[in-house]
Structure formats: structure tokens, C-alpha cells
Design a protein around this ligand. Structure first.
Ligand SMILES: NC(=O)c1ccc[n+]([C@@H]2O[C@H](COP(=O)([O-])OP(=O)(O)OC[C@H]3O[C@@H](n4cnc5c(N)ncnc54)[C@H](OP(=O)(O)O)[C@@H]3O)[C@@H](O)[C@H]2O)c1
Length: 290
């Protein structure tokens, strides 16, 4: 009990310090008022972040990392499944909430975000992670497949950003992390649709960052290199490809979902009020390797 009281005392004092800094920064007209106000809010109530495709792979790791850091996480998944929770204690696991939602269904996505935003603390952020990879020789790649990749990886990202907008504004601002790919700046054989869709994610991120900056909304495009998930399990399982890849990556290995998750979580938890619209590559140096 004594420990709990001390903890809550520390939290209250920290919140009071932030409030004091907030008031003085506002008086001085400093630009970081909004960021500090978000952090002060974090001290008072669990903030809610929606994560798409949170049932497996990178999305699951992001949802788990955010829940471990005290966020309430709306897991928007096609099946309504939650991510595996063995890494979490019961309290953190209870902060994961499942919402069945195909990201290409705008009304389902809007309904899920509205429900999440109705909880105390409102909606603080969104992670557009869901994505698909279809590839093949471009000369015979079906245009319908090209459109399918664009629909899931790019159009749905725009739709979810729009659906989140009113809730983030109502909450005094918020953060949107889009998961792009380092393929947005490569010329990768047989991956035209995927690369085009991820380049669109970078463009959506930059455009909305500029348009919504005055509304307190900041956006980031986290662009991983190869990360070991179901998406590339077959490719990474081929010894010759794996050997070639490890030679191309200066850090000599593919990434891990947890490494992407820690970067995404840092964008929500660190005090980075001057950062928006950027693409942040997390690829072990592969895309800058000569
Ligand atoms: N792995 C990599 O090397 C890599 C590199 C760069 C970028 N990325 C990006 O990282 C993100 C996550 O990829 P991953 O590697 O974790 O892939 P993954 O293991 O294949 O997981 C993809 C996730 O997206 C979900 N999803 C696909 N279409 C959906 C839809 N219409 N509605 C809702 N959810 C949908 C899947 O749900 P279901 O379980 O229902 O299919 C799954 O949860 C993607 O945007 C991907 O492009 C991955």
C-alpha cells in the first residue's frame, strides 16, 4: 500500500511539474506546449492507440510493446484475434482490445476507431501496419493484383488516417505511424506493386503531416528493411537468398519484429515535438549500402 501511495505521489508530482512547464512554456510562447500536454495526459489515464493487423508479425509486436508501456491498444484485425500475449503480465494483456476489422472496409474501420475514441482519454494515435505483398514478373502481373496491393497498403492507410482525424483533433492532437518499407526507394525486380504502394505511404505521410500539423497531428513513416515474419518466411528460408541478403545488409542480418515495435513505441513515448512527415528507415543499413 505504502509503495502504491509513493508511486502515485511520484506520478502526481511529475504531472504537476509538466503542468508547470506547460504553463511557463505557453507564457513564453514556446512551440512544445502540445507535446508536453500529451505527456501530462499520459500520466493521468491510459491513452488508446489503434493498431491494424495486430494479430501477427510486426503488428503483433507493436501492439504488445505499446501495451507493455501502459497504452490501451485497439487491435484491428480481420479475424478479431489478439496478438500472442505471453510476453505480457495480466494487467498489460488486459489493455489489448480486439476489433474485427478489414482495413479495406472503411465503415468497419471508422466504427472501430469511434468506439475506441469513446473510452476515457480518447484516441491518442493510430498505427497503420496491415499490409500485403504480391509479387511477380511485371510484364504478366495482373492489374487487379496491382490494385489489390494499392487498396490494402495505400488506400486503406489514407482511409484510416481520415477516420482517425476527428478523434485525434477532439483529443487535442495525436500521432499516426504508418508502416512503409525501404522498397519505397529501391528498384526491386518483380515488386512493382508493393514498391509503388509503399512509396504512396511515404507520400500520404508527408502530405497529411503538412496539412494536419496545425491540428496537432503528427505523422511518421517507419520503413523497415527485411524483417523475419510470415510475409517473407519463404524467401528468408532459401539459403542462397539468405546468404545474398546477409551480404547486402551492413548489420549482417534481417530485422526482428520487436525492433520495429520499439521504434514505433518510441515515437509515441519520446518527446519529439519537431518531428513530423519523415520516413525513418530501419533496415540495418541495407538501403544506403553501395
Ligand atoms: N516483414 C518485412 O520484411 C517487412 C518489411 C517492410 C515493411 N513491412 C510491412 O510491415 C507491415 C506488417 O508486415 P508483416 O511482415 O508483419 O506481415 P505479416 O506477418 O504477413 O502480417 C500482415 C498483417 O496484415 C494484416 N492484413 C493484411 N490485409 C489486411 C486487411 N485487408 N485488413 C486487416 N488486416 C490485414 C494480416 O492479417 P491476417 O492475419 O488476417 O492476414 C496480418 O496481421 C506490412 O505493412 C508490411 O508491408 C514488412
Amino acid at each position: 500500500m505504502l509503495k502504491e501511495n509513493c508511486l502515485s505521489d511520484v506520478k502526481n508530482r511529475t504531472a504537476a511539474t509538466i503542468d508547470r512547464r506547460l504553463r511557463s512554456s505557453a507564457a513564453l510562447g514556446l512551440g512544445y506546449t502540445l507535446s508536453l500536454s500529451r505527456k501530462a495526459g499520459l500520466m493521468r489515464a491510459a491513452k488508446t492507440i489503434a493498431v491494424t493487423g495486430a494479430n501477427r508479425g510486426i503488428g503483433a509486436a507493436i501492439a504488445v510493446e505499446l501495451a507493455a508501456r501502459g497504452y490501451r491498444v485497439g487491435c484491428l484485425t480481420r479475424s478479431g484475434a489478439l496478438p500472442p500475449t505471453e510476453a505480457l503480465n495480466d494487467e498489460a494483456a488486459s489493455r489489448l482490445i480486439a476489433y474485427p476489422c478489414d482495413v479495406t472496409d472503411e465503415s468497419a474501420a471508422a466504427a472501430a476507431l469511434a468506439e475506441l475514441a469513446a473510452a476515457p482519454g480518447g484516441l491518442a494515435g493510430l498505427v497503420n501496419n496491415a499490409g500485403i505483398l504480391l509479387h511477380g514478373r511485371s510484364e504478366s502481373f495482373a492489374t487487379a493484383d496491382f490494385q489489390q496491393v494499392m487498396t490494402v497498403n495505400a488506400t486503406a492507410v489514407f482511409g484510416l488516417c481520415k477516420a482517425a482525424f476527428p478523434h485525434l483533433v477532439a483529443n487535442g492532437g495525436g500521432d499516426i505511424v504508418n508502416i512503409g518499407s525501404f522498397f519505397d526507394r529501391l528498384g526491386a525486380r518483380q515488386h512493382t506493386a508493393y514498391a509503388a504502394s509503399k512509396a504512396a505511404v511515404g507520400a500520404i505521410t508527408r502530405s497529411l503531416a503538412v496539412e494536419w500539423a496545425s491540428r496537432g497531428i503528427r505523422l511518421y513513416n517507419v520503413a523497415p528493411g527485411y524483417v523475419a515474419t510470415d510475409m517473407n518466411r519463404d524467401a528468408l528460408g532459401e539459403p542462397r537468398f539468405r546468404q545474398w541478403l546477409e551480404g547486402r545488409i551492413p548489420l549482417r542480418r534481417p530485422g526482428r519484429p520487436e525492433e520495429v515495435a520499439r521504434l514505433v513505441a518510441a515515437l509515441f513515448t519520446e518527446d519529439l515535438p519537431f518531428l513530423t512527415g519523415e520516413t525513418i528507415y530501419l533496415d540495418g543499413g541495407q538501403s544506403i549500402n553501395q
